[in-house]
Ligand binder design. Sequence first.
Ligand SMILES: Cc1cc2nc3c(=O)[nH]c(=O)nc-3n(C[C@H](O)[C@H](O)[C@H](O)COP(=O)(O)OP(=O)(O)OC[C@H]3O[C@@H](n4cnc5c(N)ncnc54)[C@H](O)[C@@H]3O)c2cc1C
Length: 448
Amino acid sequence: MKRRSLIKSMGALSLGMVTPSLAEGEVLANPCETKKKSIETDILVVGGGTAGTIAAIQAGRAGAATVMIESGSQLGGTTTTGGVAFPGIFHAWGKQIVGGIGWELIEECVGLNGDSLPDFSILPDHHWQHQVAVNAALYSLLAEEKCLEAGVDIRYYETPSQVEFKKGLWNVEALGKGSSTHITCKQVIDCTGNALIASMAGFDVLREAENQPGSLVFRIGGYDFDSLDLNLIPQKYHRVLRENMLVAQERTSGENTFVPYGYVYVPEADSTTSESHTMANQHGRKVLLKLLRELRSYPGCEHVKILDLKTETAVRETYRIDGVYKMTHLDYLEGKVFEDSLSHSFYPIDLHREGKSIYQEFLKPAVVASIPLRALIPKQSKNFLVAGRCVSSDRMANSALRVQASCMGMGQAAAVAAVLASKQGTTPADVPINDIKQLLAKHGAIIP
Ligand SMILES: Cc1cc2nc3c(=O)[nH]c(=O)nc-3n(C[C@H](O)[C@H](O)[C@H](O)COP(=O)(O)OP(=O)(O)OC[C@H]3O[C@@H](n4cnc5c(N)ncnc54)[C@H](O)[C@@H]3O)c2cc1C
């Protein structure tokens, strides 16, 4: 075989291409050329994270042709890839407040992992005791299975590069590894967590001068916490050593209690662009390496080692849309129910600040917040919704709305609104609100 032909066929094999019909040494024409493709769909969900996964499953189950673009390699976003595998909060004051597809996934995940759910009838001493620890790997498998069963076309490793509304349809250019896809769709749901697609589409987004830090999540082992002499170890390391020990104990207890985790803060962590997320990842990894080296210099910690490290820094706060309605701190604390409220949220106001304690304000007994459809619709938009932490809200309200049960509830609500709008040939704001509520209830969602 001539050298040139050999290189060509080796290239084809290393690209993972199927080449059974190739004659030996056959020359392939541009095997690396970017493949161009066009797709038409009813609903496009961008971001297969906490909210997006639920949105895509719901859209598919409601009979809409659904495509979901995810820039990573698995579903679940912050719940799985980010390592925050303890979604909350689905129950408040003795009753369930977020149900539907998110809850179905959680229950199935807990059951298949042989775990049990916390007893939600007992009011907890701390809100986090009602978060549900899930096996993140299993969660991502179940999420993908449910998407595929619902007929969702999942497109990993892709991101929109251009977004344009023309003659009542969204035209989205999506770039991936060796692929360039033109997607035409009736409705877009931006579940990127960063309102990136809303911003690309030209809608206003909101951001604070200062953002909460992100966290790089890990687990360490190789030491026995009970035999450590903490007097010989600086105070700042006690938490991480204690929490990692608790993780090991609780994993073997078989009980579903909130599982603490080790993390390092990453100031101003931002996952909006490849560049900003790369910086956040590099910063987190650098701080972790420093921590590891320092820990190993203390008595009893000489053999500290990393047992698990998430592949990216989890991000708390970036951009939010400027929506038709902006949820306020007071709306949240008062548990205001709007005519177009479609899902609940229950969590304290919860603002992380580097070098200081978390700022928290707790909801008064019987109070549960709710999220109106208008907070999912960017001002001046048509056929466009968001779901997840980029919901239109002021900073304090957002610090509570961002938790996972709320994001899942928003994902399901946004999908139903988008599907009905697509079927009725209109925009989500013009779908009769009772139609949305009825279809949501049919799919198990709990409506305020
Ligand atoms: C460290 C930390 C601790 C937390 N603790 C808790 C807790 O205890 N309990 C709780 O309930 N919540 C907690 N939260 C909050 C909660 O986990 C998140 O706010 C929530 O998961 C966000 O969901 P989301 O769907 O908006 O975004 P994500 O889950 O982050 O999903 C966004 C998805 O979009 C994808 N994406 C982004 N950009 C693009 C693009 N351009 N193209 C394609 N795909 C893209 C991402 O890869 C990701 O999969 C915590 C958050 C953090 C960071």
